[in-house]
Design a protein around this ligand. Structure first.
Ligand code: GLY
Length: 369
């Protein structure tokens, strides 16, 4: 089965193509872009070489001149020195504006390569081939690119859309359970906001689907995986098509993320993965919504149960330094005048809204009970 989802951004529109075993034939789709002959694949050493080889071989057979730059693994590689490695490599090998950078990997690789592509000669073609669930359902779609600097994560970046996103659900078979669950945190997020995004999973909605198909999803059943990738990518594509630069609607994708960034930063990005922190963040956002009388206790319990059913954390393990977390949360770009601005689930599961002006004293108790 092949599924094509369009991100509709006028002259910057592009397709997300999802297909089993697509990597071996990726050049068929890339050739249609009418780009230059040189392609620089940027990847990390933890990405199984089998996936890189498939992409490389397919491009090579189609007549592209393929270069591969393998960076070390880890979020710390998303920095200025890796950015310079990419651009220096491209300059040395005489890449021109019609040529392309192609990210093969997770969110670190796509954020970094997308950023490099956006500034190299004021913009070179960018192709994205995510190899993690998080990459597929979030990082690869929507054109947010960035690197980290010592002052904070993702502080330098651009909006720069890829020319195409190619996804092969098969690659998920080589992820560890924990890496897979990083992406599941974001997949569950789409279930909590699908109605506000004006999308609806066929029949009973995505939340119910995730509840009833939990075993198949966790066993990496091919059909179930295809469905969650397809629908999550669709929701994200819809939101980005309506609001590329996060002027309004796109902000809903930050559900759970102010809490998550605070938690990740306070633990030096070591104890919790992004998906785990987002999961705890969504539970805290639900509890806050309940305290604000915006959602019923029953809905909050359902949200927390689903997250827990997937083996994701629903609360912080003690001990933790709450003041440090709050301090980190206050750095969030979305806050205003020292007060928090959150995306909160409201009414029925599937709906969220932006709530501003939340004070620190309203946040602290959420962590403690
Ligand atoms: N990850 C949130 C966004 O792309 O807007």
């Amino acid at each position: 089965m092949e599924k094509i989802i369009k991100v509709d951004l006028k002259e910057k529109s592009y397709n997300i193509v999802i297909k089993e075993n697509i990597l071996s034939s990726c050049s068929k789709y890339i050739k249609e872009l009418k780009i230059g002959k040189k392609i620089l694949i940027v990847t990390q050493d933890k990405v199984p070489s089998v996936w890189i080889q498939k992409v490389k071989q397919s491009l090579f057979e189609a007549g592209f001149k393929v270069f591969v730059l393998v960076l070390k693994s880890g979020e710390e590689q998303k920095d200025l020195s890796s950015l310079l490695k990419i651009v220096n490599f491209a300059i040395k090998n005489k890449f021109e504006r019609s040529d392309s950078f192609c990210a093969v990997g997770g969110g670190v690789v796509s954020d970094l390569t997308g950023f490099a592509a956006s500034i190299y000669y004021r913009g070179i073609n960018f192709i994205c081939i995510p190899t993690t669930l998080l990459g597929m359902v979030d990082a690869a779609i929507g054109g947010k690119t960035s690197i980290n600097i010592k002052e904070g994560k993702n502080l330098l970046g651009t909006f720069y859309q890829p020319k195409i996103v190619i996804m092969d659900p098969r690659v998920l078979s080589t992820l560890s359970k924990r890496e897979f669950l990083v992406g599941m945190g974001e997949v569950i997020k789409y279930a909590l906001l699908e109605h506000t995004a004006k999308t609806k999973f066929p029949k009973s909605g995505f939340f119910k689907f995730l509840k009833t198909k939990k075993n198949q999803i966790l066993k990496l059943n091919t059909k179930a995986l295809f469905q969650i990738i397809d629908y999550s990518a669709f929701v994200k594509a819809q939101v980005v098509s309506k609001d590329e630069k996060e002027s309004n609607l796109r902000a809903i994708l930050n559900l759970g993320h102010t809490f998550a960034h605070g938690i990740e930063q306070a633990f030096d990005y070591k104890k919790y993965t992004h998906g785990e922190a987002v999961s705890i963040g969504m539970c805290l956002a639900s509890k806050l919504s309940y305290r604000q009388n915006l959602i019923s206790e029953k809905e909050v319990t359902s949200i927390i149960s689903l997250i827990s059913d997937y083996g994701l954390p629903t609360r912080l393990e003690r001990p933790f330094n709450l003041n440090k977390i709050i301090k980190s949360m206050l750095l969030d770009k979305k806050n205003k005048d020292g007060k928090f601005r959150f995306i909160l689930p409201v009414d029925k599961i599937g709906k969220v809204k932006i709530v501003s002006g939340i004070e620190i004293k309203e946040i602290k108790p959420l962590f403690l009970n």
